[in-house]
Design a protein around this ligand. Structure first.
Ligand SMILES: Nc1ncnc2c1ncn2[C@@H]1O[C@H](COP(=O)(O)OP(=O)(O)OP(=O)(O)O)[C@@H](O)[C@H]1O
Length: 285
């Protein structure tokens, strides 16, 4: 039995049915085709072909070790920083090869920001945390910095809680506030895409609910890709869901692969693949 979400699809959720009145699909931001990632001789994940659409929330779900974070890290070339990591296949971003020779990985990460599992504010003031990327970038006139910091903190639903203590350390905030501070730091540079790797796994349910609400608001401005272990979270916030799994070979080594990718409502209520159904109904994983 598929999971009964009892949660309506997000307003404006994708409808690729082609039915009369169906909303046309949003433009493609990332196209992955035959993506395969290895660490040394270990093929961590393969067979990943999917389009990620503009201003949608795309969730990557699946059991531990199936390659969700690996695929996420391909989207802003974070795997470049992992010794021995090798990416094969197509990863295009707005139609251009993200791994092309003339592409500057640092510039890529300016457009495609990332929020990590554990909130990781710098040991600096709240203000300096948010201003950090802008100062490094150096393009924003100093006179506009205050406004941009406020814009980012407002966008991360944190401004009201911190506007009177911007000089205090970011580390003095609660875990949920720290994660929203990290989101503010990420969106301060006005990226195009925000990648989130299990952004709520270190948070309590109330802080998690705030981040989920925030994600939905952020999707008005940014394309969001999230890795989550929490299926209800994927169901609640995402427009499309990709389900990955891992096969174990004769030597006991696990190799991840994309099984199914579709509108979230279909993945959770009418999955095409038995493995997806088994996973979302809690039969494995
Ligand atoms: N930096 C790395 N070096 C070597 N192997 C790695 C590295 N990162 C991940 N792997 C391997 O790649 C495979 C996929 O890992 P990945 O973290 O992408 O999976 P995941 O689905 O995100 O897992 P989890 O849900 O547990 O975080 C695993 O076998 C893992 O051991």
């Amino acid at each position: 039995m598929p999971v009964d979400l009892s949660i309506p699809a997000r307003a404006g959720a994708p409808d690729d049915s082609g039915a009369a009145g169906a909303r046309p699909a949003a433009p493609v931001v990332f196209r992955l085709a035959g993506l395969e990632v290895s660490y040394g001789s270990h093929r961590a994940v393969r067979d990943v072909s999917m389009d990620i659409h503009e201003r949608e929330i795309t969730a990557l779900i699946g059991p531990s070790g199936c390659g969700k974070s690996t695929v996420l890290r391909c989207l802003n070339r974070m795997n470049d920083l992992v010794p021995g990591a090798r990416v094969n296949g197509e990863v295009s971003y707005h139609g251009a090869d993200l791994y092309g020779e003339d592409v500057d990985a640092i510039e890529v990460r300016r457009h495609i920001g990332m929020v990590f599992q554990k909130p990781n504010p710098f040991p600096k003031s709240i203000y300096d945390n948010v201003a950090y990327g802008l100062r490094i970038d150096g393009r924003l006139p100093k006179s506009e910095l205050d406004d941009r910091v406020e814009e980012a903190l407002t966008g991360a639903a944190l401004w009201d809680e911190v506007k009177d203590k911007l000089k205090q350390s970011g580390l003095a905030l609660s875990g949920g506030q720290q994660q929203r501070l990290c989101i503010a730091r990420t969106i301060a540079v006005r990226p195009d895409v925000v990648l989130m790797d299990e952004p709520c796994s270190a948070l309590d349910p109330i802080a998690t609910a705030r981040i989920e609400d925030l994600m939905v608001k952020l999707a008005d401005r940014f394309t969001i890709v999230i890795v989550t272990h929490n299926m209800q979270q994927a169901a609640r916030v995402s427009d499309r869901t990709a389900f990955f799994t891992a096969d174990t070979d004769s030597e006991g080594v696990r190799h991840g692969r994309l099984v199914e990718y579709d509108a979230t409502e279909r993945i959770f209520n009418r999955p095409a693949d038995q493995r997806t159904e088994d996973y979302i109904s809690g039969r494995f994983g």
